[in-house]
Design a protein around this ligand. Structure first.
Ligand SMILES: Cc1cc2nc3c(=O)[nH]c(=O)nc-3n(C[C@H](O)[C@H](O)[C@H](O)COP(=O)(O)OP(=O)(O)OC[C@H]3O[C@@H](n4cnc5c(N)ncnc54)[C@H](O)[C@@H]3O)c2cc1C
Length: 596
């Protein structure tokens, strides 16, 4: 029976039905008029916060989410690209640019964001990284007591439920709700990458442990080949058990209500089931709507740059630098051909793969093809414990492996045809290395287009405003290309796919100027938008929240999500956002006398 596709499909549907039943617990909820805490946004941070705050049975907690339920099919890791094409994505786009996103339609980069229970933890590629200890020491040095690595390490350990066997025991959490594991499937290409990086001088190590510089197969937020979203991690175990936690889906918060005289937040306006209603918060409103929607909502509520708010007809209540300090990680993916088998879309139609998936193995468990990761400090390559400025991650397929990839990025057809169509036509084996810049210096900004909460905000990514970002991207790219000289890569006959971008032809091929042009074309976001409600002391004019995540100058209003990062950390932020939420929950519990 194990090989019977029909039987296995039914098994999968059964599992899916079990999740549907968990999601259905929230159906038909009638909102109360008042709660102790209202959490806006059920993303990575919001689910964790709502779960932790409702641990006090005396507090009534409301979690509001603009999107709908999570479904098991979203949690099959290999389908990650496709989710960006569906309604669970807000489908934001950056403003057109003449110096970045040049390979994308209308020179605009697509900026996906989860609009679903679990938020972007349901859309993401499940790559699990903490960043570098110096990132957090720096947050503290910027005037944020309590955020040094020593302070935040217990929160990383608290949420981690890692089964990575070679994780460093002093650093890893084994029993937390967010499951972390290696993927039960590895391509030959990823093995070659890991080998080549070691031949280049890196050690194989737990990059989430004491030292980050190194190479490893990817740690992922998965368990048993299934995505471990914040919704699955924190809310599923509570379904039907915690009556003081109310969860409302398809509920868009349009405003935080703030008394302009006392400067105190006292509730929210929410649009749900076709009408807008007011819900009051006895204690606090916590905004966890993510780095795009959090600044939008704050500004709609009168918290933001006063001049800008007046321009769109909003009366300012607190004049703060909301929306500034926008940061992201980009990576100009480079394509290589190989004689090893790469991921190809056609191969996924093999119906027996579902059998293997049900046994928790096979390529369906691969998080969108991401397989291995390496960190380099290019300025101090000999320093084993450096602070990496470049991450290379390996995707075991190419732009043409799967039609969803180029659509998700919004690649221009002319560019796709010039560079990748031949790989598709000849069905070549190809893979990509993404050289991701870890500490960009450019800063963008989120602005309101209008005072209408249903209109999308303007996203000025401002990529490459600082020349360092182009420079380090090219250096990272050259590091990726240089790996092909290592024995590991030679063994799979890996070669740079030498096709020129037509609009970079004025530069000699492979010159520094050519690669800089390449970088400005392939400005692939790695989706790490952050920093738009910066944490910092009152003396910092760019700061929006203090070190306890309270909005400066407004009572009973906090922000807890990726927006608060003063500087983006050196890795992928889903884990760090869990850490922020866990720490925020403890600070709120302390401030309201529930814990010491
Ligand atoms: C495609 C993609 C791939 C990624 N890959 C990785 C990866 O591999 N590894 C990694 O570590 N990170 C990855 N990330 C980034 C990571 O997932 C995010 O940094 C993290 O999820 C951010 O958490 P958050 O709580 O700040 O926001 P989100 O998780 O985005 O949550 C915000 C929530 O608020 C809701 N919301 C917004 N506005 C309102 C409103 N007005 N009313 C009600 N609800 C509202 C949204 O619908 C959403 O559910 C990826 C992100 C994306 C989009």
């Amino acid at each position: 029976q194990e090989n019977n596709v029909l039987f296995e499909t039914i098994n999968f549907l059964r599992r899916g039905q079990a999740d549907v039943e968990l999601e259905n617990y929230d159906n038909g909820l009638v909102l109360d008029t008042e709660y102790d805490f209202i959490v806006v946004g059920a993303g990575t941070a919001g689910c964790a916060l709502a779960a932790r705050l409702s641990e006090n049975p005396k507090w009534k907690v409301l979690l509001l989410e603009a999107g709908g339920p999570e479904r098991l099919v979203m949690d099959v890791p290999i389908v990650a690209h496709f989710l960006q094409l569906g309604e669970m994505n807000w489908k934001y786009r950056t403003q057109p640019s003449d110096h970045a996103c040049l390979a994308m339609n209308n020179n605009r980069c697509n900026w996906p964001r989860g609009k679903v229970m679990g938020g972007s933890s349901v859309l993401n590629y499940m790559m699990y990284t903490r960043g570098n200890r110096r990132d957090y020491d720096r947050w503290q040095a910027l005037g944020n007591p309590g955020w040094s690595y020593k302070d935040v390490l217990p929160y990383f350990k608290k949420y981690e439920g890692s089964s990575v066997p070679d994780a460093e025991e002093d650093y890893v959490g084994r029993n937390g709700p967010v499951k972390v594991s290696y993927v039960n499937w590895r391509s030959k290409i990823s093995e070659a990458f890991v080998e080549a990086a070691q031949q280049d001088g890196l050690k194989y190590r737990d990059y989430n442990g004491r030292i980050q510089n190194g190479v490893a197969f990817l740690h992922t937020t998965t368990r048993n080949s299934t995505r471990w979203s914040s919704n699955r991690a924190y809310l599923y175990p509570l379904k039907g058990k915690r009556t003081n936690l109310h969860v409302k889906k398809n509920a868009l918060v349009t405003k935080v209500l703030i008394d302009p005289q006392t400067k105190t937040a006292y509730g929210i306006m929410v649009q749900t089931e076709g009408r807008v209603q007011k819900v009051l918060a006895r204690r606090e409103v916590i905004v966890s709507a993510g780095a795009i929607n959090t600044p939008q909502l704050l500004m709609l509520s009168g918290v933001g740059p006063a001049k800008h708010l007046r321009e769109v007809g909003i009366k300012p209540i607190a004049d703060l630098a909301v929306g500034y300090n926008l940061q992201d990680h980009t990576a100009p993916a480079v394509t290589f051909t190989t004689n090893a088998t790469s991921l190809k879309f056609e191969d996924f139609s093999d119906p027996t793969l579902i059998n293997r998936f049900n046994r928790m193995e096979g390529p369906y468990g691969s998080p969108g093809g991401c397989e291995a990761i390496a960190f380099w400090d290019l300025d101090h390559e000999r320093d084993e414990d450096g602070w990496p400025d470049i991450e290379l991650f390996l995707v075991g397929g190419s732009m043409s492996s799967n039609p969803a990839i180029s659509r998700a990025f919004g690649l221009k057809k002319s560019i796709y045809d010039a560079l990748f169509a031949e790989i598709e036509d000849k069905s070549l084996n190809a893979f990509m290395i993404f050289p991701m810049i870890l500490r960009p210096k450019s800063r963008g900004r989120i602005m309101l287009k209008s005072s209408d909460p249903f209109k999308y905000p303007l996203i000025h990514a401002n990529y490459f405003a600082h020349p360092y970002d182009v420079d380090i991207s090219v250096r990272g790219l050259l590091k990726a290309v240089s790996l092909m000289e290592q024995r590991g890569m030679k063994a799979i006959d890996a070669k740079l796919w030498e096709r020129k971008i037509p609009t970079c032809k004025q530069h000699p091929y492979k010159s520094w100027a050519y690669w800089a042009c390449y970088v400005r074309h392939f400005t692939f976001t790695i989706y790490h938008y952050s920093g738009t409600a910066k944490m910092g002391p009152k003396s910092d004019r760019a700061a929006v929240v203090d070190a306890r995540l309270r909005v400066h100058g407004i009572r009973n209003l906090r922000v807890a999500d990726a927006s608060i990062m003063p500087e983006i950390m050196s890795g992928h932020p889903n884990g760090p956002v869990f850490m922020i939420a866990e720490k925020a929950a403890d600070m709120i519990k302390q401030d309201h006398g529930f814990i010491q």
